[in-house]
Design a protein. Structure first.
Length: 223
């Protein structure tokens, strides 16, 4: 039987650099917002500017790739959640997985990058999967009836950003990162528990509309 071909050392190095760039871009974006510089991203990743531009022609292209990967994580988590027999465990696990993956760190680039066709297709799928998760939880009576899919999306975005972790990483305090990550998991669990139907007080105001997402991600005319 033939042995599987090993990746060439140069290819393996390129893949490692790409993973490092994507991880660094997410971290720098979380700290600096849409003004995150390619120089800061390359430095965080431990690669040269040339390596970054060989992989991504522009900063926008790098952020578009991050958005696609984030949608992939979202959709895979939603599929796992729908496969979970318990509707509440599925929904709660989905929210935690998306929040812990840092889904909210991409919020600063909303409206600053062009939405690619790949992003559009994956986003439409993510909307369908989330709607199915929420509908299933409502039917099972495990989710408070006034919670909408947009509420869940906004909650994930809020929980996906951790000022404490961002600050510690920016200061190089790796000794405290594990404790901050554990504390973040507790906060996610506290917030998710608020979605249960046992809470009698109704949510304030009208439910948020889809325009919060569609309008925010639309690039202004002329840019």
């Amino acid at each position: 039987m033939s042995q599987p071909r090993r990746r060439a050392p140069r290819q393996a190095e390129a893949e490692r650099n790409d993973r490092a760039l994507l991880r660094a871009a997410r971290e720098v974006l979380a700290a600096d917002g849409a003004h995150a510089s390619v120089a800061a991203i390359a430095t965080r990743a431990g690669v040269g500017i040339g390596s970054l531009y060989r992989r991504y022609r522009t900063k926008e292209e790098l952020f578009q790739k991050l958005a696609e990967l984030s949608l992939d994580i979202w959709n895979e988590a939603a599929e796992r959640a729908l496969a979970e027999e318990d509707p509440w465990e599925g929904l709660a696990g989905f929210i935690a997985a998306c929040a812990e993956s840092g889904h909210g760190s991409l919020a600063p680039v909303a409206g600053t990058i062009e939405i690619t066709e790949e992003m559009r297709i994956k986003n439409e799928r993510s909307d369908r999967l989330l709607a199915a998760l929420v509908e299933r939880a409502h039917r099972a009576g495990v989710l408070r009836p006034d919670v909408t899919p947009v509420d869940i999306s906004l909650l994930i975005e809020q929980l996906g950003r951790s000022p404490v972790l961002d600050q510690l990483r920016a200061r190089g305090r790796e000794d405290l990162v594990e404790a901050a990550t554990a504390a973040r998991r507790r906060l996610i669990a506290i917030a998710v528990d608020g979605l249960r139907p046992c809470h009698a007080r109704p949510l304030p105001g009208d439910p948020p509309s889809d325009r919060l997402f569609t309008e925010r991600w639309r690039r202004p005319a002329g840019e």
